[in-house]
Design a protein around this ligand. Structure first.
Ligand SMILES: Cc1cc2nc3c(=O)[nH]c(=O)nc-3n(C[C@H](O)[C@H](O)[C@H](O)COP(=O)(O)OP(=O)(O)OC[C@H]3O[C@@H](n4cnc5c(N)ncnc54)[C@H](O)[C@@H]3O)c2cc1C
Length: 403
């Protein structure tokens, strides 16, 4: 039975792919497989570029565990099944008067998959999706169900917020939400130098600011999202004549519910590397990546994305205790990317960048131990919850320094 991820750069042949319809069935499957000495991995939407979900044992999909369980506008919290796709949260949360604080470029990921890798959007005061989680239900290798939150089990919770599916299977997540809100979106293109000159000012003045640097034109395709009270936005003007690539990022102004504004469509398959660098180093790092592409990899035409991310407390979050800028490089999946990504990684490494867990990198356990102050603590929690390593695959064994 063949499985492949969204980009198609990872394939696996699990012995079994299962879609449990409830928690008891899921716990039974885990216990049975673990008892037989076979590995278990769990998959969300398969949008990670790394072989995180690859296994030759049991691959668990939580597509059968989706939907909002409870949402309460008085507490601002919503408990959802962990397999719920982000795009399926918008309407039911709005009906309850709630919305996610922030979202990334797309809304195809599952709640558990997105939080397990520290998936994020942009905004200097806004943490990643994992930092919006206030409670989790985890089924361990022993088939035990643990309800975890930051007040009662602070250490376990800080480990479980970004866990790469290595502590067990998350079946439910409780999210801290905002009252439902609308966003006004403005997109425009400007010379790269102009964008960099006004970057700090724009980031400070905008709830969500980001740009894509487009190498061919050497312009920044900028996006600014601001909350607005009413449905009516400024009259939308037709954008000026733009190249085909720029037209993907620039459109008319619009106002809509936040969950309709955040996500874009990504139809062309690509591979990606992204690092979170200290916020103050973002511009210098961006300049180096641009110079690298212009001088050494001019054939790569995929844009570079620049976003901001607030610090948080999850032990394996790339933004752990560090306000960050994230910079991502891309290439079409069927074009050469290894040399370019290796050169980019050297630059990110120099800035003490922490790689996105779902995206490509070649960092080792020794690199991670130097980048993450609570690395050893995470390993201790993992060892305690899964002493026989049932939730590991070869990739995670390498990342955790076990082989
Ligand atoms: C087109 C595209 C756009 C993207 N945009 C962004 C972006 O804007 N911002 C960003 O930060 N990232 C982005 N990413 C990366 C993506 O958000 C992450 O790779 C994310 O983990 C994918 O979610 P998923 O549901 O597909 O998880 P998968 O890739 O299926 O799984 C990711 C990890 O989560 C674990 N997992 C899944 N379900 C569970 C569970 N129930 N319990 C425990 N562990 C679980 C898996 O074992 C695996 O380790 C993008 C990726 C693509 C392909």
């Amino acid at each position: 039975m063949e499985w492949q991820n969204w980009a198609g750069n990872v394939t696996a042949t699990p012995q079994q792919i299962a879609h449990p319809g409830n928690e008891a069935e899921l716990a039974g499957l885990i216990q049975k497989t673990a008892y037989a000495g076979r590995p278990v991995r769990v998959v969300g939407s398969g949008h990670s570029f790394q072989p995180l979900c690859a296994t030759d044992g049991l691959l668990l999909s939580l597509d059968g565990l989706q939907g909002v369980i409870a949402a309460d506008s008085s507490t601002g919290r919503a408990t959802v099944w962990a397999g719920t796709k982000l795009h399926a949260l918008g309407e039911p949360l709005r009906a309850a008067g709630l919305a996610l604080e922030n979202m990334g470029d797309i809304d195809r990921q599952s709640v558990a998959g997105a939080t397990a890798t520290g998936t994020h959007g942009t905004g200097p005061t806004l943490g990643n999706l994992s930092s919006q989680v206030v409670g989790l239900r985890l089924v361990t290798a022993a088939g035990q169900t643990l309800d975890i939150n930051g007040t009662d089990q602070p250490a376990l919770f800080s480990a479980a917020q970004v866990s790469l599916g290595s502590l067990g299977v998350i079946t439910q997540a409780t999210l801290r939400c905002l009252p439902v809100y609308r966003l006004h979106e403005r997109t425009w293109a400007e010379p790269f130098a102009d964008c960099m000159a006004r970057l700090d000012e724009r980031i400070a003045a905008t709830r969500h600011f980001e740009f894509f640097w487009v190498p061919r034109e050497d312009v920044a395709a900028c996006k600014a999202l601001q909350p607005v009270e009413s449905e009516s936005g400024q009259a939308s003007e037709n954008p000026p004549a733009l190249s085909e690539r720029l037209r993907r990022y620039i459109g008319p102004e619009r106002v809509d519910w936040s969950y309709r504004i955040f996500p874009s469509e990504r139809n062309n398959r690509f591979v990606e590397m992204e690092f979170a660098v200290p916020a103050a180093d973002g511009p210098a790092c961006m300049h180096e990546i641009r110079a690298l592409m212009q001088e050494h990899h001019p054939a790569v035409q995929w844009p570079v994305e620049y976003r901001t991310l607030a610090a948080d407390d999850s032990w394996l979050s790339p933004a752990y205790r560090r306000h960050s800028v994230t910079i991502s490089v891309h290439q079409a999946v069927d074009l050469p990317y290894a040399d370019f990504f290796a050169d980019a990684e050297t630059i990110f490494h120099r800035y003490r960048g922490r790689p996105h867990w779902g995206k490509l990198h070649s960092h080792t356990a020794a690199d991670f131990a130097a980048l993450y102050p609570r690395w050893d603590d995470f390993q201790a929690v993992r060892q305690e919850l899964d002493p026989k390593g049932r939730f590991l695959n070869d990739y995670l064994r390498r990342v955790f320094g076990l082989i």
